[in-house]
Design a protein around this ligand. Structure first.
Ligand code: ZN
Ligand code: ZN
Length: 374
């Protein structure tokens, strides 16, 4: 876990002030880790950061979690409000926010469980509610140097895993067997956790989020391998395409499509620089694929932000006019999906620099030979 820099709460408070939000209420998850570095367990008991625009911050924790919160040094930055087993946690929250008046504007964790949302709404009947992401997304989108460093190390780690994937994709093995091996390598190469593993062979490749199953690999199968884990809390996410038996064994039309895909992905990556609207990167990739007749075969947005979450803002999708800015990190991952035939996708993580972008994944993007002696 990269330690949260102490000024994040101050920056959140400043953003709240500018947005007319009186307090930010976030439970366990990425926002809590980002703001105070606390990796809290997700429990039926309420854990809730109350970050106020006026700088009077508190963390509501169950009694049995209080030592853990103190060990993490949290009481240096926030008041700990300890909830005993027979206390009403929502009443304690309402007390703590009473100074904000009867009609505060509260930004509530986007992924807080309904049981907590409803409890808070009952305890604070005069409040108006907005999503916490209205405050946190603009902050979290732009990564600081330590965050970029963690993403860079995650990128290198997943590149090392891809370097060995070709050897695992041998004829006769199932997707699930290969995925299990990849999971071990994701950890062996320096990730602390596996986030996801897609091994989609043959026609399964046409399903972008295919769950690795019992299909056995055969010579001539294209295989989409999309894998990621976390390093110090920050995600890797990289897709490469393989062909069992080598690219020459690929099905009719596969290699020609892949050349178009490589060009589309490269053109989209080269379009990344500060000031360009997020949707423009999607438009570049889509136009390139559409011009070659693959417009209908590209069924998802071009990319998603990445950081403490695998998918976060900014999303590279039509309609998102957010201008790209230095420090933003996201995937660029166009794909071609032909139902019943095959799929292919190329995915790199990029970080926006002062005048362009840094690609965090460096492995060759052409279809790689798999399952053949090298
Ligand atoms: Zn991916
Ligand atoms: Zn992705």
């Amino acid at each position: 876990m990269t330690p949260a820099s102490p000024d994040r709460l101050d920056r959140a408070a400043a953003t709240m002030g500018a947005d007319g939000v009186d307090a930010l209420l976030v439970g366990p998850g990425a926002n809590l880790r980002y703001l105070i570095g606390y990796d809290a367990p997700l429990l039926e008991r309420l854990t809730l950061l109350l970050a106020r625009a006026d700088g009077d911050h508190a963390l509501v924790v169950p009694r049995l979690e209080a030592p853990r919160a103190r060990d993490a040094g949290l009481d240096e930055h926030v008041d700990l409000v300890v909830v005993d087993e027979t206390d009403d946690p929502f009443a304690l929250v309402a007390d703590r926010l009473a100074a904000l008046g009867r009609r505060p504007c509260l930004a509530l964790g986007d992924r807080l469980w309904a049981t907590f949302v409803l409890g808070l709404q009952e305890a604070l009947p005069g409040a108006s509610w907005v999503r916490a992401s209205t405050v946190t997304a603009p902050l979290r989108m732009r990564k600081d140097a330590a965050e970029v460093d963690a993403l860079r190390r995650a990128g290198r780690a997943i590149d090392r895993v891809h370097a060995s994937v070709g050897d695992l994709l041998r004829p006769g093995r199932t997707e699930a067997e290969v995925a299990a091996d990849i999971g071990e390598r994701i950890l062996a190469e320096g990730h602390e956790a596996v986030s996801f593993i897609v091994v989609a062979s043959g026609p399964n490749g046409a399903s972008p989020h295919h769950e690795p199953g019992q299909r056995r690999l055969a010579v001539g199968d294209p295989v989409v391998v999309d894998i990621g884990g976390t390093v110090d809390g920050y995600g890797s996410d990289c897709t490469r395409d393989y062909v069992v038996g080598g690219p020459d064994a690929a099905p009719e039309g596969y290699l020609a499509a892949h050349r178009v895909l490589e060009e589309a992905q490269d053109a989209a990556c080269r379009a990344v620089r500060p000031g360009v609207p997020a949707e423009e990167i999607d438009a570049v990739a889509r136009a390139h694929l559409a011009a070659a007749g693959y417009g209908e075969a590209f069924v998802h947005r071009t990319g998603h932000g990445i950081g403490l979450e695998e998918h976060e803002e900014p999303y590279l999708v039509e309609g998102n006019r957010t201008p790209l800015a230095e420090g933003m990190a996201f995937s660029v991952e166009p794909g071609i999906y032909l139902e019943g035939r095959f799929g292919q996708r190329i995915e790199d993580i990029l970080v926006v620099t002062a005048d362009g972008a840094e690609r965090l994944n460096r492995r060759d993007r052409a279809p790689a030979p798999a399952g053949v002696a090298r």
